[in-house]
Design a protein around this ligand. Structure first.
Ligand code: HEC
Length: 121
């Protein structure tokens, strides 16, 4: 009887576990892109965006560039935002913003993650 009870408990626990992961996994996958993008944006050895841009939650921020706020409203076309980070010279040949993609400082996936994060601002 006790053995049977244990078996049932194990099965129920497994079922609940599976159910929970099915519900949680998609949200998790989405939030990791944003989290990764935030980490890259704030990382002084990667994006180092804070040295020029003011971003909510940042510290020791530079003000030589426009603050990164309301990104979705100002960049409804995600492609344009991507291009700006990949190579800012496309929009302004005299820009001081580093061409992160063209110079291999950020990969394609990393720029994508940064864009996902910026869209939350
Ligand atoms: C060395 C300074 C510098 C760094 C570092 C820098 N930027 Fe910029 N950024 C600028 C300047 C200056 C502009 C204003 C447009 C121009 O001059 O090209 C700009 C413009 C932008 C714009 C367009 C803003 C708008 O309102 O039109 C975005 C988006 C942007 N930067 C994102 C980033 C991200 C993301 C990073 C980090 C991966 C970054 N920048 C790092 C200097 C910088």
């Amino acid at each position: 009887m006790r053995l049977l009870q244990n078996k049932v408990i194990k099965k129920v626990t497994l079922f609940i576990g599976l159910l929970a992961s099915a519900v949680v996994a998609p949200c998790w996958a989405e939030s990791t892109g944003v989290e990764k993008g935030k980490a890259l944006t704030f990382d002084r050895k990667k994006g180092n965006c804070l040295s020029c841009h003011v971003i909510a939650g940042g510290t020791l921020m530079g003000t030589t560039a426009p603050p990164l706020i309301q990104m979705q409203a100002r960049f409804p076309d995600k492609e344009k935002l991507y291009d700006q980070i990949w190579d800012a010279r496309k929009r302004n040949p005299n820009t001081i913003m580093p061409p992160f993609g063209s110079h291999g400082m950020l990969s394609n996936e990393e720029v994508d993650a940064v864009v996902e994060y910026l869209y939350t601002l």
